[in-house]
Write a protein that binds this ligand. Structure first.
Ligand SMILES: Nc1nc2c(ncn2[C@@H]2O[C@H](COP(=O)(O)OP(=O)(O)OP(=O)(O)O)[C@@H](O)[C@H]2O)c(=O)[nH]1
Ligand SMILES: [Mg+2]
Length: 441
């Protein structure tokens, strides 16, 4: 397949077209920068889609001239180019120019940054799903050329690789599900941080998470018990800084949480591509509570679109309550803050997610974080029970089992021990069962 669609740094021209408005190129510029490129110019057009080049023919020629004038290495198109448009536009550009559309660009950013097996597998799968229709088109054109098939059919080959990657990903997804189950049995509540890229998810994770050393206090030091917890969380003013899910522990009023930072969302990606990042969607689906992190410092139109993108994804995947976290309020005055809160409430009211009151915070400076903790606590599934066990025998080991999993207030009597527990409903009922066994019932 033609590899002139892979961006490898260098000077780029961004091109954008919108039928209804003058295109805003802020996001595509930042995506190009995240891929390591320097944006040296732009060509934009307000008009309906041209079948041949996507841009109108005159605009497409202007784009070619700008590439020559700026001596640019590549063009990044803000949208999806059909395989035909891709080939025709490439033909028009100076020889050697790289052409990437929005999806290819996002795939490249992910391919460059993916580290873990799950992330790499997801990116490979997404890339193949993107390439498949383009290969099909090439194969259609080459159908009369036997040489093209001598090494086998690229389409069949891609389909086989997609199947293999899907099975591999299924295994990884099953392993992640088993790990979450084990963590639940240990009494952890699962909270996912989701949201648009650069909203401040990782900053919030750092703000809420316990120090990694905190685990040592309760003796939870066995190496492999920490294997699913991230040591460091990277924060950067760059789109798609986080490319895989990372998990840290947090304690809210005695309840132990596992907080998972997820890969950011971005508008206008094909559904298939989003589906490839199933590890992120699974974390969201399996959480008890989702924090939808929103960058309130974006202008109102932009904020609304991002809230819509975020809520759209969550509506399909989140089963538990969603707490909208209106982040970066340190950048806003009172008026702008109320506008942002009203915009978020508005979009939520139109959706079918179980949205809670939005909480304004500054993850960077810490304002509002206590309110957010209270909101999380309130949204977590909870049960309470009053237990009585004999003050003898196995009771001590039962108490340490309890302390590891739920909030427990213990009062010792001469013959019996009274315990008030509150925490995850499944753990509280297991505690009731164990207490009954200790009483010999
Ligand atoms: N002023 C201000 N800046 C913030 C706040 N929270 C995050 N930021 C900044 O926003 C930028 C992005 O923050 P990250 O935490 O990396 O955002 P993210 O959502 O994890 O981004 P990706 O991983 O790229 O999707 C960084 O420069 C942060 O310092 C905040 O409350 N106030
Ligand atoms: Mg991040």
């Amino acid at each position: 397949m033609n590899r002139r669609d892979r961006l490898e740094g260098g000077d780029v021209i961004v091109a954008a077209r919108d039928a209804d408005a003058t295109p805003d190129t802020t996001e595509i510029r930042r995506l190009a920068e995240a891929a390591g490129s320097d944006v040296v110019g732009e060509v934009t057009q307000r008009r309906t889609e041209d079948l041949r080049y996507n841009l109108g023919e005159g605009k497409a020629s202007e784009l070619a001239r700008v590439v020559t004038d700026c001596d640019a290495d590549a063009v990044v198109f803000d949208g999806e180019l059909s395989p035909g448009q891709y080939a025709d536009l490439l033909e028009l550009l100076p020889p050697g120019t790289t052409l990437a559309d929005r999806y290819r660009l996002v795939l490249d950013i992910f391919a460059d940054g993916a580290g873990s097996t799950a992330a790499t597998t997801q990116v490979r799968l997404a890339t193949l799903r993107y390439e498949l229709p383009r290969l099909e088109r090439m194969e259609g054109e080459a159908a009369l050329n036997r040489a093209f098939f001598e090494k086998g059919s690229p389409v069949l080959d891609a389909e086989r690789r997609i199947d293999a990657l899907e099975s591999k990903l299924d295994e990884l997804v099953d392993a992640a599900a088993a790990r979450r189950e084990r963590r639940r049995e240990e009494g952890f509540d699962l909270v996912a941080l989701a949201g648009y890229t650069n909203a401040g998810k990782s900053t919030l994770l750092r703000r809420l998470a316990d120090d990694l050393d905190a685990g040592h206090a309760d003796g939870d030091t066995a190496g492999d018990r920490h294997a699913d917890l991230a040591e460091s969380v990277s924060v950067e003013d760059r789109l798609f800084e986080t490319l895989e899910t990372t998990t840290r522990r947090a304690t809210v009023d005695g309840r132990r949480l596992l907080l998972t930072d997820t890969v950011g969302l971005v508008a206008d990606l094909p559904h298939d591509l989003v589906r490839s990042f199933s590890a992120t969607l699974d974390e969201i689906a399996a959480s008890d509570v989702v924090l939808a992190v929103l960058d309130a410092s974006a202008d109102e139109g932009c904020l609304r679109r991002r809230v819509e993108t975020t809520i759209d994804v969550l509506a399909g995947d989140a089963s538990g309550p969603v707490i909208p976290v209106v982040n970066k309020v340190d950048r806003l005055d009172e008026d702008a803050r109320s506008t942002a809160m009203a915009a978020v409430e508005d979009v939520l009211a139109d959706s079918d997610v179980e949205g809670r009151e939005p909480v304004p915070v500054s993850s960077l400076h810490g304002d509002g974080i206590e309110d957010l903790r209270a909101a999380v606590l309130e949204a977590l599934p909870a049960a309470t029970a009053s237990l009585t066990v004999p003050n003898a025998g196995e009771t001590q080991s039962f108490l340490s089992w309890l302390h590891e999993r739920v909030d427990a207030e213990v009062t010792y009597g001469a013959e019996t021990v009274a315990i008030e527990v509150s925490g995850r409903p499944s753990v509280v009922s297991e505690a009731e069962r164990r207490a009954a066994a200790l009483r010999g019932e």
